[in-house]
Design a protein around this ligand. Sequence first.
Ligand code: G4P
Length: 526
Amino acid sequence: MDLSNKIRQRRTFAVIAHPDGGKTTLTEKLLLFGGAIHVAGAVKSNKIKRGATSDFMEIERQRGISVATSVMGFEYRGLQINILDTPGHEDFAEDTYRTLTAVDSAIVVIDAAKGVESQTRKLMNVCRMRNTPVMAFVNKCDREGKDPFDLLNELEKELRVKTVPLTWPVGMGATFKGVYSLYRKKLSLFTSQDKQRVDDHVVEFSDIASPELEAHIDRFADKLREDVDLLQGVYPSFDVNGYLAGSTAPVFFGSALNNFGVQELLDAFCEIAPHPRPTRTDARTVDPFEEKLTGFVFKIHANMDPNHRDRLAFLKICSGTFERNKPYLHVRLGKQLRFSSPSAFMAEKKTVVEAAYPGDIVGLHDTGNFKIGDTLTEGEKMTFKGIPSFSPELFRYIDNADPLKAKQLAKGVDQLMDEGVAQLFTSALNGRKIVGTVGALQFEVIEYRLEHEYGAKCRWEPIALHKACWIESDSKDQLDDFMLRKHANMARDKHGRNVFLAESPYALQMAQDKFPDLKFYFTSEL
Ligand code: G4P
């Protein structure tokens, strides 16, 4: 098969949700319906549940799971589908943001009772930054939830996308009967006694006005007719181009736990989700159909084996064919590298691959060559853009607690930052190192991993800071003036960029007011 057909077959996406929304359950059901696994329970939750066991044990357990499920690839209806896993804990949200740079579309799971939650909003913002096409799955319809019309309004308002329902729930909570596919005109029903199984008769209706509808859903028939009437009046018919442009989100209702509405979602996904799309670099836009290989590293996973310091770098292929043992240019290092055992991920198995194509993710064994955002090409000098780094909100000074292990500490901190665990800043005032994170758990992760993987000990000292933001100005005078006045609050990030460490929202506001020509950035792109 030629390259262009292989590209057209590939669908690379992520399932995203606020913790507990049902991401793990839905992912598993997609694999089950897609035939990639045969029993439920194969995909373990990668949530870190506090209090269950020691947090460190949980972190290790989570890391073990996440390497196994980083990419779940399977073939379905002639398509090669790659689901990229994202961490289940909010403190690791940055990993999720970065993973979103490697997908061509996303499915966002919403809890029908809770609606749009804080993490859903943030994740959708990242999708919008990149115009990633998104489908929404309203989950847990088997529980009492919000009214579906209200949910659609909430999705539109909160996520700032147009919504178009493609399926519709019949009843909700205890009376949840099933879903009606508005585009297929098919009704899928629950067997009321056993909600774990899908009723194998799917009823087709070309006209739901037919009195036969009553025979299937009785008193819910009229309500469904009314709802469908209203939906047709209010919502435009589904426009696939709006979805592909990231401005319209088709919405599906169901219950992942009960296998309900999942088939409809998967079918629609196969029909409309995009194959790999062009990707931006600092030099030009790369088309996936180009002959020459390009790709970027969006995730680095430290090896679980403490005797080997090697790591696995996850490369998203953006164009061309990746071949085992062929030399590629590591653009940042200006060095040719070849890979003798690149791995691909099929269901839960990791295998060495000879070749991989745009949309695929390959795992590359790395002895410290890679950082997040690194680009591989066949010689062209360019770097993929758009891997976000968010302004951290929690800060601590990191000090060496074992004078004999200073080197190990420096190396450990350096490598953990390359993996994207946290961000490191150097204070302009005193030269001390400051670690900034988005979640408190990262400090525990860093301390634990420094000790277990690098034999180093660190000590934390809290600093009361509100936010770190990157600053830039076209006026050098103003920038110099700002840096002089705010010397005590200035730092540099790992790439040498200027960062302002604001002590409070007030201090930040004051700085923005006083220096109107200065740009304050709360995200930076690698
Ligand atoms: P997450 O990965 O987004 O964090 O969510 P996860 O799938 O782990 O689901 C969170 C909880 O919601 C789980 O319950 C799960 O069983 C439940 N759940 C998922 N989908 C549905 C659904 O369609 N209906 C109902 N009623 N519940 C659903 P848990 O008690 O936290 O875990 P578990 O002990 O059941 O695994």
